[in-house]
Design a protein around this ligand. Sequence first.
Ligand SMILES: NC(=O)c1ccc[n+]([C@@H]2O[C@H](COP(=O)([O-])OP(=O)(O)OC[C@H]3O[C@@H](n4cnc5c(N)ncnc54)[C@H](OP(=O)(O)O)[C@@H]3O)[C@@H](O)[C@H]2O)c1
Length: 376
Amino acid sequence: MKSSSIILKRILLGLSGVLLLALLSLGFAVSYTAGCVAGPPGERHGTGMQAIRYRCYGDPSVLRLETVDRPVPAADEVLVRVHAASINPLDWHFVRGEPYLMRLDSGLGRPDDPRVGVDFAGTVEAVGRSVTRFRVGDRVFGAADGAFGEYLTVRETRSVTRMPTEVTFAEAAAVPVAALTALQALRDKAGVKPGQKVLINGGSGGVGTYAIQIAKALGAEVTGVASTRNQDLMRSLGADHVIDYTRVKFTDGRQRYDAIIDNVGTESPLALRKVLTPDGVVVMVGSTDKGVWLGPLMAPLKAMVVAPFVTQRYEMILAAMNAADLDTLARMLADGQIRSSIDRRYPLAELPAGVAYLERGRARGKVVIDVIGEGK
Ligand SMILES: NC(=O)c1ccc[n+]([C@@H]2O[C@H](COP(=O)([O-])OP(=O)(O)OC[C@H]3O[C@@H](n4cnc5c(N)ncnc54)[C@H](OP(=O)(O)O)[C@@H]3O)[C@@H](O)[C@H]2O)c1
């Protein structure tokens, strides 16, 4: 009897050792950062283009302007001449490869794909032979890999659509990731109805500036939360009430909200619950947590612990890039229901400065990159 319990203990000890070793190896593999490598020579056959590439993980200085081959559209793709692009926090997460867990997808040691940038607006330069939705010369905007470069290709059925005539390339390029996230958080995750009270925590950033306007368009009574200097910006976008987080905590207030769109993750799930109606919902969009291991995943993990014991819902969101929702946003831009609030603009060669600025977390609306001159 005694000897069998000793054997069991040894087996458990051995298994724990193996598990610990596996975790340590995984930790080492995902956190290892290899040095930069030179890219292949570009501009073969006179079809080169200027594009930003990153060939190792690191701070924004690893972003380099290179001459590379122009992409060639497949049968179901369009080739877009990019006029303007915009920066999202996801871009600096990819550049740094942080939180480390994302390297399981983006590449261990160094990035598998050196292209960077997602949001774009430009003109269709060429179409693949089976393309039916677009013609050469169409003004389009959307989300695709490699937006920080002069040309990109995107499947015609993916996240690309025509730009409304009312907006500039810069205004259209600001939209895709941030506004799709705001739309899907409010409409699909929170199910916002007219007359409901909605709070946007982080109402003055990329997602927040669109979220305030989309929540108003859905008929909600909207409260925006940001620092002192951004109170007027949120009011100008239509917020009915504004809260300055440097003076008061919205979680100490008496107001109850049907939905909270949380772009900053600064309040605990229990604190958020205090200001929700009994069947209210928090949509966890983003976080200011820059931890290299879990970072923005901490807020959803904490919410998972609380969720089974409360009546309110905690929803995670990973925005889906799709043409149908881009069409909805194009209509809202055309009708004047939403507009892009552009904070700063940088030429393509100065992308590292733009990414460093966004990374500081103080952008007022969107940061746009002019890929061709001034992306008007
Ligand atoms: N889940 C998804 O699919 C998805 C999609 C897009 C973005 N995201 C995430 O969502 C978050 C927001 O994205 P974004 O593009 O809006 O970022 P952003 O433009 O960089 O946000 C900057 C804004 O955040 C505000 N802010 C910073 N700390 C705040 C605080 N404690 N309370 C209230 N506001 C605060 C700043 O206002 P002040 O200067 O006034 O503080 C600033 O205007 C990021 O974490 C991003 O990674 C997630």
